[in-house]
Design a protein around this ligand. Structure first.
Ligand code: SF4
Ligand code: SF4
Length: 389
């Protein structure tokens, strides 16, 4: 076992040279509490449609990091800071004609950046440690990365389930390197949320159903990024203008108010992703979408998913200037966009009082072939008061 503090220091130095801000060590094991939490979260169906999270073999692998690499002895937990949102919660909500994007997605896709850095770090480790097997992971389903980070002393898991570091707060991205080299583990982090409940109280959809338990089916991050279907109607008004992810529970966390301001290289936020105009995003065709979000994590929900989210934000905006674009979107090739545009038009109707909204919704309700969109058109006409319950 590497008990030599100089070696750990050397490994940390290599990690730092590759662009990691935090580097800690732990054994590949979990407490029984973590395993019970994972089982009950999956049993309650809180993973939503992320079925890969609930597959039995994957759940078992997540509980046993030792199954991911034969003869594994050590997990190196690594953290990279990212730039926090450059606005407060109130400022973001006030600009109703712009979309709010989670801060981690303002720049290039961190998965790509981190993977490159992890591979370079792994090459450096080969030179330093000699013969050992290793494997790297970034945001990989079978790895319980927040639990590993806590065991390694990188930070504690806050009541919103994300990792918090005492000095850097929670605007962190995590990666892991599993190795067969035996390195003395660091002490786990102690818990510093105390009696605070700010994240639980602020969550717009009350997705933090208990401390340390987020019901993904209610979480705006899941709904806007991972979920592929029609967003449940009762949640749409609660999403406000959040079009990709959600930082609310981090924005209110006192540990982020204390975090130092940072400057970054590859993950520098792109200007066009800071509160972009909804109207410009809604104009994007497939090619424009691919070009606009090249190398960005925002390509994940695809054009249909992102414009679905934009339509909801338009519906919540009280801004009747969006009506013409939404009427055109009733013809879109994507059912998700047509359906959510119908809902948004009904939301804007009390402000616009425009008969063309009723005419077009009625016309499309006679033409539409897709049953889910048809349901949305009928719902929109009911919400306006044209159809009875
Ligand atoms: S990301 Fe947003 S919706 Fe999800 S738990 Fe945090 S505050 Fe709630
Ligand atoms: S807001 Fe409060 S309870 Fe939530 S993670 Fe931060 S310190 Fe913990």
């Amino acid at each position: 076992m590497t008990r030599d503090p100089t070696s750990k220091k050397s490994i940390r130095k290599l990690a730092c040279e590759q662009g990691f801000d935090l580097c800690c060590f732990t054994k590949p094991a979990f407490s029984s509490q973590h395993k019970i939490q994972l089982d009950s979260w999956v049993a309650a169906g809180m993973h939503g449609e992320m079925s890969y999270m609930a597959e039995e073999t994957r759940v078992e692998r997540r509980k046993q990091p030792e199954s991911m690499l034969e003869s594994i002895k050590t997990v190196i937990a690594l953290g990279m800071k990212h730039v926090p949102p450059p606005y407060s919660l109130d400022e973001a909500e006030e600009v109703k004609s712009s979309g709010v994007i989670a801060a981690y997605a303002h720049g290039d896709d961190y998965h790509d950046v981190m993977k490159k850095r992890l591979k370079a770090f792994a090459r450096d480790l080969d030179e330093l440690l000699g013969t050992h097997d290793q494997r790297v992971y970034v945001d990989t389903a079978p790895v319980l990365e927040h639990a590993l980070a806590e065991r390694a002393g990188l930070g504690w898991q806050g009541k919103h389930t994300l990792t918090i570091h005492r000095e850097h707060g929670s605007y962190l991205m995590l990666g892991e390197l599993f190795t067969t080299a035996e390195i003395e583990p660091d002490e786990p982090t102690s818990f510093h949320c105390g009696s605070c409940t700010a994240c639980i109280d602020v969550c717009p959809t009350q997705a933090i159903v208990a401390p340390f338990v987020v019901d993904a089916r209610l979480c705006i991050s899941y709904l806007t990024i991972e979920y592929r279907g029609f967003i449940p109607e009762k949640l749409r008004p609660l999403m406000g203008n959040r079009i990709y992810g959600c930082d609310d529970c981090q924005l209110v966390c006192p540990w982020n108010q204390k975090a130092e301001v940072i400057e970054l290289d590859h993950l520098q936020p792109r200007h066009e992703n800071i509160l972009p105009a909804l109207s410009a995003l809604f104009e994007l065709n497939e090619e424009g979408f691919r070009e606009r979000f090249r190398k960005s994590p925002m390509k994940r929900p695809g054009r249909a998913g992102l414009l679905r989210n934009v339509a909801i934000a338009m519906g919540n905006s009280q801004n009747i200037a969006f009506v013409p674009q939404l009427l055109i979107a009733l013809h879109d090739n994507e059912a998700l966009i047509r359906g959510h545009s119908a809902w948004a038009l009904a939301q804007l109707f009390p402000y616009a009082m425009d008969g063309e909204i009723i005419n077009q919704l009625t016309y499309h309700s006679h033409q539409e072939k897709n049953n889910e969109v048809l349901d949305e058109l009928h719902l929109a006409l009911k919400n306006i008061g044209v159809l009875n319950e």
